[in-house]
Design a protein around this ligand. Structure first.
Ligand SMILES: *Cc1c(COP(=O)(O)O)cnc(C)c1O
Length: 390
């Protein structure tokens, strides 16, 4: 069992509010803030290069911690400043030709879809959406029927940004691999709240952000690329970290996924991300994931019983995001009224998941995402506050 009182004491931000936005930007534990701020102070004392040298082991430890969390080799990881950066670093390195097909998920994220559309315009490839089944999840039969040798890349979203469903990633990946298509998994909403094992899922690449369920600092993210694949891809932009200048007219790409990394970064943020992942590993990821699922299910059930409230989550397997609407109130009104009672939720807008929201004729939904540090008293207060809005 997790020591919830201890977790709360280590999370100063949860003292004076009910915090339900770990799908947006979570509250970091004290160790993450302390690690980050201490490094900024150290840089001011002795300069950024010496400060980084002092923490060289911890800097290597960042990838080691992420690798442990997702069951990968540290050399298969590239750190970045966001999930979208990591996603596009990979995506833009995949060669495409006229007539090639890019498949995106029915609840794919806006940034991914925009990048896919841009590359389709540039290369003559086409973008097609994999339909969702009647439960709202990725339709495996439809994918099976769509797939052919012209499909070069399949973009899967593990948990969409606008609701708590979990897509069948391993099954979809198997179908895509039958024709040799690459699978790029957007794990932004699953990293830190669901088991993530790249060896088991067999995806070719995966992107995630630091600030959401992992509780790291803003401005952090990472990319995983299957090791043999990384060696066959050339990123669209290089610097002297991603490649080595070996002769006046030649360079050699880095021999692993660090070819997707630039040299400069926020060392403080990176150390903070390492501290966040280490904190999760020390708590025991399985226990954290169970606590999140239990809280989300509790909220989902309680909201569903309130007349005038509609839970908008779809799918058969559920994750830590609870999406809902309240009759006669816009989602932003719900968010703002709850904020007035020190309850933090966010709104997910149509443009973030255009295909899914349009199909359901929704402009926006309220999103409540409880992490393990949220108490059941907090959840009851939230449910009571929503009830009094109706
Ligand atoms: C938040 C989110 C992203 C983007 O993450 P950034 O770190 O802001 O780039 C991508 N996909 C999903 C599903 C998300 O929820």
């Amino acid at each position: 069992m997790l020591d919830i009182a201890g977790l709360r004491a280590e999370t100063p931000g949860c003292e004076n509010q009910v915090f339900l936005d770990s799908a947006g930007s979570s509250l970091p534990p004290r160790i993450v803030v302390d690690t980050t701020v201490a490094h900024l102070r150290r840089e001011a004392e002795i300069g950024g290069y010496r400060a980084a040298n002092e923490r060289i082991d911890d800097l290597h430890g960042v990838k080691a911690a992420i690798a442990e969390l997702i069951n990968a080799d540290p050399a298969a990881l590239a750190l970045s400043d966001s999930a979208s950066r990591s996603w596009s670093d990979f995506f833009y390195s995949v060669p495409l030709a006229p007539g090639d097909r890019i498949l995106i998920s029915g609840s794919d994220y806006g940034s991914n879809a925009i990048a896919a559309l841009q590359r389709a315009r540039q290369t003559g490839a086409v973008v097609e959406a994999i339909p969702s089944d009647s439960s709202g999840q990725l339709d495996l039969d439809a994918l099976d029927a769509m797939i052919d040798g012209r499909v070069k890349l399949v973009s899967l979203v593990h948990v969409p940004t606008n609701g708590g469903l979990v897509n069948p990633v391993a099954e979809a990946t198997r179908i895509a691999h039958r024709v040799g298509a690459l699978v790029l998994l957007d794990a932004c909403q699953s990293a830190g709240q669901l088991p993530l094992d790249v060896a088991e899922l067999e995806v070719d690449a995966l992107s995630a952000t630091g600030r959401k369920w992992l509780r790291g600092p803003r401005g952090t993210g990472f990319l995983y690329v299957r090791p043999e694949l990384a060696l066959s891809l050339e990123p669209g932009r290089l610097d002297l970290q991603s490649a080595e200048w070996t002769a006046p007219d030649d360079y050699v790409l880095a021999p692993d996924a660090s070819r997707f990394e630039f040299w400069e970064c926020s060392v403080a943020n990176r150390l903070g991300l390492g501290a966040a992942v280490r904190y999760l590993l020390d708590l025991g990821p399985a226990r954290v994931y169970a606590a999140i699922a239990e809280r989300a299910e509790y909220v989902r059930k309680a909201l569903a019983e309130i007349p005038g409230v509609t839970v908008r989550d779809r799918g058969t397997q559920h994750a830590g995001i609870v999406s809902f609407t309240v009759d006669r109130l816009e989602p932003i009104q719900v968010r703002d009224r709850l904020a007035g009672e020190d309850i933090t939720v966010t709104v997910s807008h149509r443009g973030s998941t255009l295909l899914d929201m349009s199909a359901r004729e929704l402009n926006s939904v309220v999103r409540a995402a409880p992490h393990c540090f949220v108490s059941f008293e907090d959840l009851d207060r939230f449910v009571g506050a929503v009830r009094s809005l109706t």
